[in-house]
Design a protein around this ligand. Structure first.
Ligand SMILES: *[C@@H]1O[C@H](CO)[C@@H](O)[C@H](O)[C@H]1NC(C)=O
Ligand SMILES: *[C@@H]1O[C@H](CO)[C@@H](O)[C@H](O)[C@H]1NC(C)=O
Ligand SMILES: *[C@@H]1O[C@H](CO)[C@@H](O)[C@H](O)[C@H]1NC(C)=O
Ligand SMILES: *[C@@H]1O[C@H](CO)[C@@H](O)[C@H](O)[C@H]1NC(C)=O
Length: 248
């Protein structure tokens, strides 16, 4: 009898363990947060992770988080992570039209060099600077919140998106999910360079402002199967650029 109960209990433990793991709210509390691991855990940020890797902003931010960790005077960091869906909804070729440096700026434009809890958006002073900067100084975002913080919007000047759930929110890192890519004004809006100084490879660049204006309409002709295909293609580092090229 006792043995039977023990066996049943063991079986139950095994059966429940994966569920319990899946529900664990956050990563291990000790050590600095690893933004890559946090986004991987989110499961729907594969394109943003690839872009971070390609532009080396994953190691950059992780090393900044490491320096910031345990340093109570450090300002911390906030990341707005666009979902794979957000990237799929971009006009095809949008990211490939960017130079490597512009891709770095695009990623950095989603990262604030300051930790913002969801409540602190209420009192944020706009414009908020990002990690990206260009000739005219840092790329900025405007953040507006309803008084109860039920809705927080982030504007890049080209795109406005409502902030979704927090993937992580313990100093030094806050990471929020967003359904749109925050296309910077400096690259896609009124402040976009009229003519690219360097010859651009591939298709001719379309006008920045008309691109921006047609934003959501671009979803109609984007490939809906991108994420699944990328998973099938695999993750080799050598294939990364090819996969991204295919995806975007
Ligand atoms: C962060 O997590 C990623 C993915 O799990 C891992 O490959 C990487 O080595 C980690 N980086 C650090 C600094 O721990
Ligand atoms: C994090 O910083 C500590 C010192 O502050 C250093 O010893 C360690 O190697 C760093 N780890 C990573 C992954 O950069
Ligand atoms: C957020 O954006 C939506 C849609 O653009 C708008 O209806 C709403 O009023 C905005 N909310 C805030 C707090 O800015
Ligand atoms: C932020 O708001 C200011 C004032 O309304 C405006 O001039 C600026 O263009 C906005 N910037 C962005 C990135 O939305």
């Amino acid at each position: 009898m006792a043995r039977r109960i023990a066996v049943a209990a063991a079986f139950l433990t095994l059966a429940l363990a994966p569920a319990a793991l899946a529900q664990a709210p956050g990563p291990a509390p000790s050590g600095p947060p690893n933004v890559t691991a946090i986004l991987e855990k989110g499961g729907q940020y594969t394109t943003f992770i690839k872009l971070m890797k390609m532009t080396q902003q994953d190691t950059q931010l992780n090393s900044q988080l490491n320096s910031s960790y345990g340093n109570s005077g450090g300002a911390g960091y906030t990341v707005f992570a666009p979902t794979d869906n957000a990237f799929n909804n971009l006009k095809p070729g949008t990211l490939n039209s960017l130079t490597q440096q512009q891709q770095v700026s695009l990623v950095q434009g989603h990262i604030l060099p300051s930790f913002y809890s969801i409540d602190s958006f209420q009192t944020v002073s706009n414009p908020v600077r990002t990690q990206a900067s260009g000739r005219d100084g840092p790329y900025t975002l405007n953040i507006t919140a309803t008084t109860n913080n039920q809705q927080v919007n982030v504007s890049s000047g080209v795109v406005v998106v409502t902030v979704n759930n927090a993937l992580y929110s313990t100093k030094p890192l806050a990471a929020y999910s967003v359904d749109k890519v925050l296309l910077p004004e400096e690259l896609f809006g009124a402040k976009a360079p009229a003519a690219a100084p360097t010859a651009s490879e591939g298709k001719p660049k379309k006008g920045g402002s008309s691109d921006a204006a047609s934003g959501p309409a671009g979803s109609a002709d984007s490939a809906p199967t991108g994420a699944a295909s990328a998973r099938a293609v695999g993750w080799s580092v050598a294939g990364l650029a090819a996969v991204l090229g295919y995806l975007l």
